[in-house]
Design a protein around this ligand. Structure first.
Ligand code: SF4
Ligand code: SF4
Length: 459
């Protein structure tokens, strides 16, 4: 059994509603809305125009920079619009809207390599890049960038099967239904990083998933081991998973690569397998649809760009008392104002909650119990950070290391006064980033003026 990490909480996992249900395929939606920003980094530039015909797997979004990932059509049909549409990240994002022709025609751009096992690490990374793979556990960082920047620097590759967020079971079902893809993808990662083994970390509330992975590892003699993990939230956070498995701690402000680790999600690993063996880009996503507001919770595989309203329809609709929609888990997910937002590459769950679960407190007051400090896995002091954030004391907030806050919600979960801690930290981080941008722009403008003045004096 793996080691522990500091802090954390033990929320009820609420997984029973879906963890024994096989992944269902969604009936093809009439229309998909494919956002050109489904990853951390520069948004894509659309490669198609209204009226164009597209096929499944055809590249429709060109990466907008080095940290970016291409985007592909998830259905075949006709481009109906290229315009801003509601995004799960808030606001509107430039999107390609495709009217489905229900032919499911595969693009000629999708080509399986002749011999995947003969590919060099560089060729495999190129296949990952062309497939538009990003962190599919929700982080959405482009996977080829993560691999390229970590090759030669890491001695431990970890596949993240913790799935510690309540309700979500899509990784668990993938372990049970597609273990060959996980072990195959992990084997390719071992080859890319020149390692003799890759570790899959799985919480022990998925024992049948652990057994299934071990069975396939034994059958294939794969260079992969499964590390069972005690259940604790947020074990699935990269830094905490690295600590639980290796005992090494990522330094403040650092990344797992700083301690020789690289972490990949279970479904990202499957996507790597499909990219290398079939040349298949990311066009589908498995989403857990659950929560008290969902009539019949399920795990559903659907084309990227499917409006979440179609997922709820496939689950018997929403309870009339539903008051809140959350994309992602209940601890880190984002509340949605409409069910018309589309599924993205990083969407792991869509939850709906009924009014009788509303626990918000008006004007909550901190009672200085210190529980939030005990719960914070990043060794932060949420109660003081909250005071600084609510008073706009941005320098003090930054000095309190708020930028290390990973917005896991553990502090808010344990707070008996129901202080809006995580929300305040999200906006606090945004304000600090905005302030830095303003200061940088002001410094650049001052430098420009100074240069112009010197130039004028020379004449
Ligand atoms: S847990 Fe809540 S009430 Fe207790 S110290 Fe932290 S913010 Fe204050
Ligand atoms: S949300 Fe931030 S401050 Fe709160 S427990 Fe998580 S890392 Fe710590």
């Amino acid at each position: 059994m793996a080691q522990a990490f500091f802090g954390g909480v033990h929320p009820h996992d609420m997984k029973a509603a879906t963890n024994e249900k096989a992944i269902e395929q969604l009936a093809p939606p009439a229309e998909v809305v494919i956002s050109m920003s489904q990853h951390i980094g520069a948004p894509c530039k659309p490669l198609v125009a209204v009226g164009d015909h597209v096929d499944v797997g055809q590249r429709i979004g060109e990466p907008g920079g080095f940290v970016s990932a291409p985007i592909h059509a998830s259905v075949s049909g006709t481009v109906k619009a290229v315009e801003p549409r509601p995004s799960s990240m808030g606001g509107n994002m430039l999107s390609v809207v495709i009217e489905n022709d229900f032919q499911n025609t595969l693009s000629s751009e999708v080509k399986a390599p002749e011999n995947p096992d003969a590919m060099t690490p560089d060729e495999m990374v190129e296949a990952v890049k062309n497939a538009g793979i990003v962190g599919m556990g929700g982080a959405t960082f482009p996977t080829h960038v993560k691999i390229s920047s970590a090759i030669g620097k890491v001695d431990t590759v970890i596949i993240n099967g913790a799935e510690c967020e309540p309700y979500i079971t899509s990784d668990h079902r993938t372990m049970l239904e597609r273990p060959e893809q996980i072990i195959g993808g992990a084997t390719y990662l071992a080859k890319i990083f020149s390692l003799d083994k890759v570790i899959i970390g799985v919480e022990v509330n998925k024992q049948n998933g652990i057994d299934m992975l071990n069975k396939v590892i034994a059958e294939k003699h794969a260079p992969v081991v499964v590390e069972p993990l005690r259940c604790r939230y947020p074990q699935g956070a990269e830094k905490q998973l690295c600590q639980a498995i290796t005992g090494r701690q990522v330094p403040p402000g650092g990344l797992p690569a700083a301690i020789g680790c690289a972490v990949f999600n279970i479904n990202t690993t499957c996507a790597i397998f499909r990219a290398i063996t079939q040349g298949m880009p990311v066009v589908n996503k498995i989403v857990t649809v659950s929560g008290s507001g969902v009539v019949e919770p399920k795990n559903i595989e659907c084309p990227v760009g499917t409006p979440v309203s179609c997922l709820f329809d496939a689950c018997g609709g929403l309870d009339e008392k539903t008051y809140k929609l959350v994309m992602g888990g209940p601890m880190m997910g984002m509340a949605q104002y409409t069910a018309e937002v589309p599924v993205g590459k990083g969407t792991g769950a869509m939850l709906a909650f009924c009014a009788d679960e509303e626990k918000t407190v008006e004007n909550p007051q901190c009672i200085r119990c210190g529980k939030c400090v005990e719960a914070c896995p990043m060794h932060l002091e949420p109660l003081f950070m909250f005071q600084y954030a609510s008073k706009g004391m941005l320098d003090e907030l930054e000095a309190a290391n708020i930028m290390d806050c990973m917005e896991c919600g553990a502090c808010a979960y344990v707070c008996p006064a129901r202080v809006h801690l995580t929300h305040m930290f999200k906006t606090g981080k945004q304000k600090i980033n905005d302030k830095k941008k303003r200061e940088k722009a002001a410094a650049e403008a001052a430098q420009k003026a100074e240069d112009a003045k010197k130039e004028a004096e020379k004449k």
